[in-house]
Ligand binder design. Structure first.
Ligand code: AR6
Length: 263
């Protein structure tokens, strides 16, 4: 049993474990491996109903805040994914937690992550001195299939800049620790009440910018996968619509204007 162990030694022990040994800690169906999560390229081929999902005029206006580097468009389709379900099941390098600034276990996805990770996650969080809104701090994943948890604190006042910083700082955190796969919940859109659609624009835009910057790096330094973990049906619908703008799988693109739905 690990419950009497100190979090520091347990963190080191788990991080040094082979993948095979890490997996032995779980029932077979209790973790989801990265290779079984469809990239957006495959998802967009398999889900035929997606083409019917058109952005609105508001979406188009929000999308104007970015100009895509078209030369990278094809390869980036492999780097992003929508996954619908429980983020605590994902065997990725890091899952992101929508935390509070005290880094004390709360409700929502934060509660789910703490429950699945076990008490050492809180013990490590207690040593970090909290986390200001928009910043990100990293801990071990403990009993989670994910190696690390990146805790970021979303805005409670609807600040778009702060939400963007959550994504930017989570990416910075993973780069610093040489991590290659990350899964985000829809930060701030639950208890903190940020509008879901605008939040998805910010998440997708920030991810696109990060990947465009990153793709010029050497193969070994590149990102493997950014996963947008949707949990509520409304977010599935929003992400399935908007990801088509930010990661277009067709020749046309929304920077040139394309058909939209009436609002
Ligand atoms: N897997 C993936 N996403 C989930 C899961 C899950 N297991 N559970 C919930 N979500 P919220 P916030 C989705 O409220 O708005 C906590 O008390 C959920 O449906 O968790 O940033 C913290 O301690 C929603 O789409 O985060 C803070 O006090 C998304 O996760 C406060 O809530 C985020 O909702 C943070 O509020």
């Amino acid at each position: 049993m690990t419950t009497n162990l100190n979090w520091e030694s347990e963190k080191v022990r788990l991080l040094n474990m082979s993948l095979e040994d890490r997996r032995k800690r779980f029932e077979k169906n209790d973790y989801i491996t990265l290779d079984t999560i469809q990239s957006w390229r495959i998802y967009s081929i398999k889900h035929k109903n997606l083409e019917a999902k058109k952005p609105t005029l508001d979406d188009l206006n929000e999308f104007k805040k970015i100009t895509l580097n078209q030369a990278l468009s094809k390869q980036l389709l492999e780097k992003v994914a929508i996954y619908t379900g429980d983020i605590t099941k994902l065997e990725v390098d890091a899952i992101v937690n929508a935390a509070n600034s005290l880094l004390k276990k709360g409700g929502g996805v934060d509660g789910a992550i703490h429950r699945a990770a076990g008490p050492m996650l809180q013990q490590e969080c207690n040593t970090l001195g909290g986390c200001p809104t928009g910043q990100a701090k990293i801990t071990g994943g403990y009993n989670l299939p994910a190696k690390y948890v990146i805790h970021t604190v979303g805005p409670q006042d609807g600040s778009e800049t702060k939400l963007q910083e959550c994504y930017e700082n989570s990416f910075a955190c993973m780069e610093k620790h040489d991590l290659k796969s990350i899964a985000f919940p829809c930060i701030s859109t639950g208890i903190y009440g940020f509008p879901n659609r605008l939040a998805a624009h910010i998440a997708l835009r920030t991810a696109r910018k990060f990947l465009e910057k990153h793709e010029h790096k050497r193969e070994v330094e590149r990102m493997e996968k950014i996963i947008f973990c949707t949990f509520m049906p409304i977010d599935v619908d929003i992400y399935e619509t908007l990801i088509q703008m930010y990661f277009p799988s067709h020749e046309w693109n929304y920077n040139d204007g394309a058909s939209v739905t009436e609002q």
